[in-house]
Ligand binder design. Structure first.
Ligand code: HEM
Length: 402
């Protein structure tokens, strides 16, 4: 029985991760994979890893990419995700356009706006008495931040709420398309956003302002074609939506499920940044990514053939005992000398990491300071997706019962 079971597991760990079992507790599957070695074969002839060192090596290697080396981008039916979906040299050519706007120093300039946004959302939460943390804080915050970064407000003749709704629809599709209706919604959202970005880029090219769209619009030219800027806008819009929502949800869920850690944070709100890092290690919003080998090669004595995909199970790498002692323990005082892979590594390292970290840190700091009695107020419903992991509903109440 055990052999048959392991035979099946050995053949297709990734398939199990996509089932209900993987949704409920992927960490059990990662733990089962670990004894099979750093690179485990899958049924489709690919490989999967939960090993932090091996995953880092693959992500940083120039012998791997996000698409086959000879496959041109933009031929798929799905929407174009700009440099996230490009190999070199296109990747760097395009990333260079957006990168300056996400430098940590510049992102720190958003702190005051983020403080105000979080403060307003907590005011509402307090007034209401009970709340769904996801719908009432985790989701509106990143949407408001990126909408403001883009410079979208009433003055540009675009309905900011429709913009946010379309962005959320596309952001929610990162885990795949679930039905025909879903596909139609996505098509509509994609088309509407395309038209909005096109219109706004033209406007900002003529009359630049101090916003992200003006930075991008100024880059139209020899290096970057106008047609490449709209997919870039889409990427910057969707990459930070569901990811940040689920970082916030996972962080608060972990803290409320570990009351000693929540108490510690309420006593020392300056631990918020560390609580964010620990959440990213312990229960990251993006559970996996993948790379394809450009050539035959060997890692840790294991042969990898050209065109073989390697699934990097990022959630599993955060629980690698070789990288993190006592890895299943959620401990906000843990040292993070070795960085987790929640934001990936190498050339595709998350461009929005400083922004996501800032939003989550400000939110946790304010929650711990203003609502130390915050508690769970009902069962958590988990999101049905497995690539993106986090609570769909997290009912909370700001004070003790009664
Ligand atoms: C790339 C995670 C927030 C923009 C990535 C990747 C991961 C990731 C894992 C790399 C995927 C790969 O290597 O295949 C996260 C998480 C976030 C977050 C966990 C929040 C907690 C954001 C935000 C933005 C953003 C707020 C921007 C507003 C991007 C972009 C890329 C990226 C543009 C592509 C980088 C490249 O290909 O060079 N993110 N992200 N992300 N992320 Fe994030």
């Amino acid at each position: 029985m055990a052999t048959a079971y392991h035979g099946h597991l050995h053949r297709d760990p990734v398939a199990r991760l996509r089932l209900a079992e993987g949704r409920t507790d992927p960490y059990r599957i990662y733990a089962e994979l670990r004894p099979h070695g750093p690179l485990v074969p899958t049924r489709l002839g690919n490989l999967a890893t939960v090993d932090h060192a091996v995953a880092s090596t693959v992500l940083r290697s120039a012998s791997f990419g996000v698409r086959p080396v000879d496959e041109p981008a933009g031929t798929e039916a799905t929407f174009d995700l700009s440099f996230l979906d490009r190999n070199e040299p296109d990747h760097s050519r395009l990333r260079r356009v957006a990168a300056p706007a996400f430098r940590p120093r510049l992102v720190r300039g958003y702190q005051e706006r983020i403080d105000q946004l979080v403060s307003g959302l907590i005011d509402q939460l307090e007034r209401r008495g009970t709340a769904d943390f996801v719908a009432d804080l985790a989701a509106p915050l990143p949407i408001a931040v990126i909408t403001q970064m883009f410079g979208i407000d009433d003055t540009v003749g675009i309905d900011a709420q429709a913009f946010a709704r379309y962005g959320a629809a596309l952001g929610g599709s990162l885990d795949g398309i679930h039905s025909l209706r879903h596909a139609r919604e996505l098509m509509e959202a994609g088309t509407a956003l395309l038209a909005m970005f096109d219109q706004l880029l033209t406007l900002r090219a003529r009359e630049p302002r101090d916003d992200l769209l003006s930075v991008l619009a100024a880059e139209r030219g020899d290096q970057v074609r106008a047609a490449e800027l709209v997919p870039m806008c889409t990427l910057l819009l969707v990459a930070g939506f569901e990811t940040t929502v689920n970082l916030l949800g996972n962080a608060l869920q972990a803290l409320l499920d570990h009351p000693d850690q929540w108490r510690l944070l309420t006593e020392q709100p300056d631990l918020a940044a560390q609580a964010v890092e620990e959440t990213l290690r312990w229960n990251p919003p993006v559970q996996r990514t993948e790379r394809i080998a450009f050539e035959d090669q060997e890692i840790d004595g294991i042969r990898i053939r050209k065109d073989q995909w390697v699934m990097l199970l990022l959630g599993g790498t955060g629980r690698d005992p070789k990288a993190f002692p006592d890895p299943d323990r959620f401990d906000i005082t843990r040292s993070h000398a070795l960085e987790h892979l929640a934001f990936s590594s190498g050339i595709h390292y998350c461009l929005g990491a400083p922004l996501a970290r800032l939003e989550a840190t400000v939110a946790l700091q304010q929650l711990a300071t203003r609502l130390p009695q915050l508690r769970r107020n009902g069962p958590v419903t988990m999101r049905r997706t497995t690539l993106i992991r986090g609570p769909l509903h997290l009912p909370v109440a700001p004070g003790p019962p009664g």
